[in-house]
Design a binder for this molecule. Structure first.
Ligand code: HEC
Ligand code: HEC
Length: 202
């Protein structure tokens, strides 16, 4: 086992990635300077990544590494904020397969914390009706059940959710086929209501 480990780290040393030898703790410190302490965001445009299921998290990182999901430049939110802004695509491309597996495992073990955010109660009530009818099947427990392997919606940051709905509507982020069938039926008002509903899950 020891031998195997040494061989693996020798391979890692050959990689050009600046992060190849970083421990998962060091990597997470970098992630958290954007995503928030323990992966819990305090910024509306930044998703909370604590508590994401391993599969969803790994998938997201591989898709970013392939530049197959929109990724905009983002400033660091804490720590050394003079570091240059970066995109998730650049960040994911610097990770090894082992890094991705370890990061996804580590964040899955951290508690998901629902964001405290302002929402409109009437819109939230309207959104709940749409959610229960169209989305609950795959996004159960108000969209907070990691075992659904479908991301976290209830208590997720509303700015991030809005951006995600825009990307789905524009066709720039791929959706599961059955979800797309339902999304295509939503009006702009439905989407707005859904965002307030998910924001109301606190
Ligand atoms: C420079 C800021 C920044 C850093 C550093 C950063 N992220 Fe992100 N991340 C974002 C932003 C912003 C988004 C939202 C999507 C977008 O705009 O690209 C995001 C989205 C994500 C998502 C998608 C969430 C979802 O529910 O689909 C995951 C997963 C993720 N990041 C994981 C990580 C991990 C793991 C690290 C550390 C290796 C990391 N991020 C480092 C800014 C950052
Ligand atoms: C057939 C199952 C299914 C249905 C129905 C469904 N979804 Fe999804 N949804 C998924 C899966 C699977 C994912 C994860 C896909 C991925 O990682 O890209 C997802 C991801 C999402 C995301 C992105 C989460 C993130 O972290 O970025 C949002 C937002 C979303 N769904 C909203 C909805 C809404 C709103 C409805 C109802 C109108 C809905 N979904 C119906 C399966 C479904």
């Amino acid at each position: 086992m020891m031998r195997l480990r040494n061989t693996l780290s020798a391979i890692a040393l050959l990689s050009l990635s600046p992060f190849a030898n970083a421990s998962v703790d060091e990597l997470m410190a970098d992630c958290n300077d954007c995503h928030g302490d323990n992966g819990v965001s305090q910024w509306s445009d930044m998703p909370t990544i604590a508590g994401l299921s391993v599969l969803v998290h790994e998938d997201a990182l591989y898709i970013y590494a392939d530049e197959a999901r929109p990724c905009s430049k983002s400033e660091y939110r804490q720590g050394d904020t003079s570091r240059p802004a970066k995109t998730m695509c650049e960040i994911a491309a610097e990770l090894s397969e082992d890094d991705i597996a370890e990061l996804a495992e580590a964040y899955a073990e951290l508690p998901y914390v629902r964001a405290k955010q302002d929402f409109d109660a009437d819109l939230a009530a309207a959104g709940k009706i749409v959610h229960d009818k169209q989305c609950d099947k795959c996004h159960s427990d108000e969209g907070t059940n990691p075992e659904d392997e479908a991301g976290m919606l209830g208590g997720q940051m509303m700015g991030y959710l809005k951006q995600t709905f825009d990307e789905y509507a524009a066709g720039t982020r791929e959706q599961p086929k059955k979800m797309k069938d339902k999304m295509d039926l939503l009006s702009e008002g439905d989407v707005e209501a859904l965002i307030h509903y998910y924001g109301s899950v606190q």
